[in-house]
Design a protein around this ligand. Structure first.
Ligand code: NAG
Ligand code: NAG
Ligand code: NAG
Ligand code: NAG
Ligand code: NAG
Ligand code: NAG
Length: 254
């Protein structure tokens, strides 16, 4: 198996290059973060594979004539596969990373428009999960990848949203792009920011950063103090930090 020997050679080369004695190197404490990060990309990859789309299926999608949906969804699937590969490469440089083969379930879609709305919700949820994960990570190699994947999935979400709603950036927004803590992601609640109902307990939350709760508000995240709560308590700030997602579509629960 020439392919596999070449691949393992590349992986080994990556391990050798990745070896660093500095305190910035990946630590064993990064393993649960990488496993959590892996499950997010792997879940989306499995989701896209579960519904192979075609032009007929996508014809009834809102603005299907302008969205170039088929070509873009094939490309989105490709990007998600690259994301899985990226986390695998990071994991290959970590000491004890093991990729869980979870049996996920997926939101069902009997028509193209429902499918596209599901994709929008899942892509924006995963984007927000990666944003939060960056706040749990100290190793530069891991933090870099979470930032890149957050940008990647945010781009996917905005491509879809731009063909579904007219105003993406309401002028009265009080929040940056949504971020979702692991606790929110693993919750079995429905709607944006939650994936627990599809994970079935297979995915575990990474440990709290520095042993403290990272509170996420509309603009910043704060260790150990819920700034969102104090901002809500003081009525003075008109542009107060709130947990309200900024894009108009992000509030809609499909
Ligand atoms: C098109 O894709 C949908 C969704 O995966 C599937 O249900 C349908 O059978 C496919 N149609 C054709 C003609 O392949
Ligand atoms: C993961 O599980 C699925 C079914 O649950 C199986 O089809 C697949 O072969 C498994 N993959 C690996 C790499 O073990
Ligand atoms: C999508 O369709 C809706 C409803 O027909 C329309 O209001 C909107 O302008 C369209 N958006 C784009 C980007 O084509
Ligand atoms: C922002 O304005 C829209 C209408 O333009 C309104 O529906 C929405 O409730 C407003 N949101 C806030 C947080 O004030
Ligand atoms: C969600 O439900 C699953 C069972 O499907 C359970 O294993 C898991 O612990 C639940 N998650 C939470 C956060 O309650
Ligand atoms: C922080 O405070 C806000 C506003 O009171 C609240 O909605 C949110 O649930 C709190 N976050 C946590 C993690 O307790």
């Amino acid at each position: 198996m020439r392919f596999f020997s070449t691949l393992s050679g590349l992986l080994l080369a990556g391990v050798a290059l990745g070896q660093s004695s500095s305190s910035c190197a990946l630590q064993s404490s990064d393993d649960p973060l990488i496993e959590y990060g892996y499950s997010l990309s792997f879940f989306l990859d499995r989701f896209y594979s579960s519904i192979p789309v075609n032009q007929t299926f996508l014809n009834d999608v809102l603005n299907s004539s302008t969205g170039a949906y088929l070509a873009n969804f094939q490309g989105l699937q490709r990007q998600n596969r690259l994301g899985v590969r990226a986390v695998q490469q990071l994991g290959a440089r970590a000491s004890g990373f093991s990729a869980h083969n979870c049996s996920f379930t997926f939101p069902s879609a009997s028509d193209g428009e429902t499918f596209v709305r599901n994709v929008l919700q899942l892509e924006s949820t995963v984007a927000g999960a990666y944003i939060a994960l960056a706040g749990y990570t100290q190793a530069p190699e891991a933090a870099f990848l979470w930032a890149r994947l957050a940008a990647e999935h945010t781009a996917h979400a905005y491509y879809i949203a731009s063909h579904q709603v007219s105003v993406l950036f309401p002028s009265n927004s009080s929040s940056l792009v949504p971020a979702y803590s692991p606790g929110s992601i693993l919750s079995n609640a429905t709607g944006p920011g939650h994936l627990g109902q599809y994970f079935h307990g297979c995915v575990t939350a990474p440990p709290a950063p520095c042993g403290e709760t990272l509170f996420i508000s509309g603009l910043t995240a704060n260790l150990g103090a819920n700034v969102s709560a104090s901002a809500a308590a003081s009525s003075s700030a008109s542009l107060s930090a709130s947990a309200t997602p900024s894009p108009s579509w992000a509030k809609r629960a499909y």
